[in-house]
Design a protein around this ligand. Structure first.
Ligand code: UTP
Length: 267
């Protein structure tokens, strides 16, 4: 199965990457030669997407310029929407409501880079579902739970974990588990009804996690333990890890890394 519509919430301020993000949107920061956004676009197309919806901000004209320069609109339908106030991820997703319509859709957060033989969204699009929504999950360390949406789960079938609860950025001592949600979702359109309530959650923002929590009672929400390696490119540390991993795959760049390691060992 494929997922035809994919939403990219790319309106965030990117404060953790200042001053770089004063000039370049976070999602266009490159891993060597490829912007984070490009990896996400490729992942969506691999999952079968025919309509890409970018929710950006008037302060980030670079996103529209990049989309025009790549000519991605020649491969599929492209919609660019503005989130004029950065009220949170949930609010950004809700900005896409009319463009998505009444169909199942994917969400990709480009600052979570996932490298896998089969793209994470394609893995999720292929899952059997009965009107469930899915969020990609991975085990995180307990000290880091305050950086993630954390899912508590009941039974597990293969890579699918049925959600009992989900909470945004709990303190380590309050986290119901260490299963952190990362930036890939396949959602039923019913999520928009919950997002439209505009409830402020963690950090005073309208959180996607809070709307997902409401989905648990109805058709259900499940976590999907994806195959692949995820880099948190929303942080300088994760971006560096991604850059080193990418460089190791390219012979010319690997030679530079080896040279640097030799020099460090000799010092
Ligand atoms: P983050 O939580 O990483 O926020 O957003 P941010 O603003 O991008 O970065 P920091 O925390 O200031 O460094 C996760 C994703 O949600 C989008 C971001 O663009 C990113 O892709 N987002 C966040 C929005 O589109 N709108 C918002 O109001 C908030």
């Amino acid at each position: 199965m494929t997922i035809e519509t994919v939403v990219f919430p790319v309106a965030g301020k990117g404060t953790r990457f200042r001053p770089a993000t004063l000039g370049t949107p976070k999602e266009l920061l490159p891993v060597i030669d490829t912007p984070l956004l490009q990896f996400s676009i490729d992942e969506a197309l691999e999952a079968g997407a025919k309509h890409l919806i970018f929710v950006t901000s008037p302060d980030k004209p670079g996103i529209s310029h990049y989309l025009e320069a790549t000519g991605v609109a020649g491969k599929c339908e492209v919609t660019v929407l503005m989130q004029t106030e950065q009220l949170g991820l949930g609010h950004a997703v809700n900005c896409a409501r009319d463009s998505v319509g009444n169909r199942r859709f994917g969400v990709i957060l480009p600052d979570d880079l996932i490298v896998a033989p089969q793209g994470c969204l394609a893995q999720m699009a292929a899952l059997e579902h009965d009107g469930h929504s899915f969020a990609a999950i991975q085990e995180v360390s307990r000290e880091d739970t305050g950086r993630y949406g954390i899912m508590d789960v009941s039974e597990q079938v293969g890579n699918i974990h049925h959600a009992l609860s989900i909470v945004e950025k709990p303190a380590p001592e309050e986290a119901p588990s260490c299963l952190g949600v990362v930036g890939r979702y396949i959602l039923e359109p019913a999520v928009f009804d919950h997002l439209a309530e505009n409830r402020r959650g963690s950090g005073g923002e309208i959180q996607l996690t809070d709307a997902l929590e409401k989905m648990i009672g109805a058709k259900g929400l499940a976590g999907y333990a994806f195959s692949g390696r995820r880099f948190d490119c929303g942080t300088p540390e994760g971006m560096l890890e991604a850059t080193l991993a990418y460089a190791r795959q390219k012979p010319s760049l690997r030679a530079v890394l080896n040279e640097q390691t030799d020099m460090a060992n000799a010092a």
